[in-house]
Design a protein around this ligand. Structure first.
Ligand SMILES: C[C@H](CCC(=O)NCCS(=O)(=O)O)[C@H]1CC[C@H]2[C@@H]3[C@H](O)C[C@@H]4C[C@H](O)CC[C@]4(C)[C@H]3C[C@H](O)[C@]12C
Length: 325
């Protein structure tokens, strides 16, 4: 499972938890403006916006899991098995494979509105990156530095682009069903509950936090959607970058999957491999990993963004302690 959010306390932070049972050897990858993006069915993109995110580099191509560009547009791909459908190549359309989708959008769009326009021509096609790396069944969250976001789902009946008023995405079911399910939790509150049960009964309020007693705690996608939305909308907003980044990671870590809790095959457990976020207003990228909760920072603006060569930073994954004595 995975969870992606946009959090807008002052600046806008966009990113995700990547949950899986195996790691692909992904890294932090900055792709500068003059790296030549090749597309299978579309012309090369020789000049484009620079982007930073997490990717697996294969055959010198950045296979992005999630990224944000220098204009403040972010995009993340999350698993969407059984529902995702890829189509045959169609004349007159922008035929893009899912593995090309993030560079295609982030390379040329600065805002969600521009992305929506581009998506009118898109046909997500059935082309594997390679024999070994087959098509991924994904859906996407796209967000910008106004705080606006959309969800993109390619179902058997075509491409759906939904306005996303919650600014969160997890996995199945389809996005409209996640929104409907959220209705079930409208009475959650950070405050102690009012007695609307019956005037004839007195409730003692035996514990603090009873307003969120029914907040779902499961690893499943519906539970994480409700939990991350509740935690995000009730999170404090600060003035400093440090406090807002810290809060952003508290929100993502509230839906992280500890090893041992989500068995996907006998003895195999899905867990939160990394959590990341880009400040869309500044282009600074942050991440933590399952074993390294100290926030690592990569500022793409410190690189030559007019270059044609990617910069790759291996994931900083080591468990460390601050030795006090
Ligand atoms: C599995 C990842 C999504 C994580 C997630 O949602 N997990 C939930 C699993 S489930 O719902 O519980 O089944 C996705 C996100 C981005 C994907 C990767 C990117 O799309 C880049 C390439 C694309 C290639 O086609 C396949 C390998 C790959 C390297 C993908 C592997 C995998 O599908 C990734 C890593």
């Amino acid at each position: 499972m995975c969870t992606s959010i946009i959090f807008s306390p002052k600046d806008h932070y966009f990113g995700r938890n990547l949950d899986l049972e195996v790691s692909f050897g992904q890294q932090v990858v900055v792709t500068p403006r003059n790296y030549n993006f090749k597309f299978r069915k579309m012309p090369d993109m020789k000049k484009h916006f620079a982007m930073v995110g997490i990717a697996l580099v294969a055959d010198e191509y950045p296979l992005y899991f999630d990224a944000a560009n220098e204009k403040g547009l972010g995009m993340a791909g999350l698993n969407y098995p059984d529902n995702f459908h890829a189509f045959e190549v169609e004349d007159g359309k922008d035929n893009i494979s899912p593995f090309e989708f993030i560079p295609w959008v982030l390379g040329q769009c600065a805002t969600v509105d521009e992305a929506k326009k581009l998506l009118e021509k898109i046909n997500l096609v059935n082309i594997n990156f390679s024999e070994k790396m087959q098509l991924s069944p994904l859906h996407w969250l796209i967000a910008d530095k106004t705080g606006k976001s959309i969800t993109v789902e390619s179902d058997i009946d075509g491409l759906h682009v939904y306005d996303n008023p919650i600014g969160c995405l997890t996995n199945n079911p389809q996005f409209p069903k996640q929104l409907t399910n959220l209705d079930n939790y409208a009475n959650l509150s950070p405050a102690m509950p009012e007695n609307t049960f019956s005037k004839e009964i007195n409730f003692n309020g035996y514990s603090r936090g009873l307003g969120s007693h029914n907040l779902p705690g499961g690893m499943d996608s519906e539970s994480r959607f409700v939990r991350v939305a509740f935690n995000k909308f009730n999170a404090p907003k600060f003035d400093t970058e440090e406090e807002n980044v810290d809060t952003y990671f508290h929100i993502l870590h509230s839906v992280e999957q500890q090893k041992g809790l989500d068995e996907v095959a006998p003895g195999q457990f899905e867990y939160t491999i990394y959590s990341d976020g880009t400040n869309l207003d500044t282009g600074v990228f942050y991440y933590t990993t399952y074993t390294n909760k100290r926030i690592t920072k990569v500022d793409m603006n410190k690189l030559d963004l007019d270059s044609d060569q990617m910069t790759v930073y291996p994931i900083n994954d080591k468990i460390t302690f601050d030795e006090e004595n």
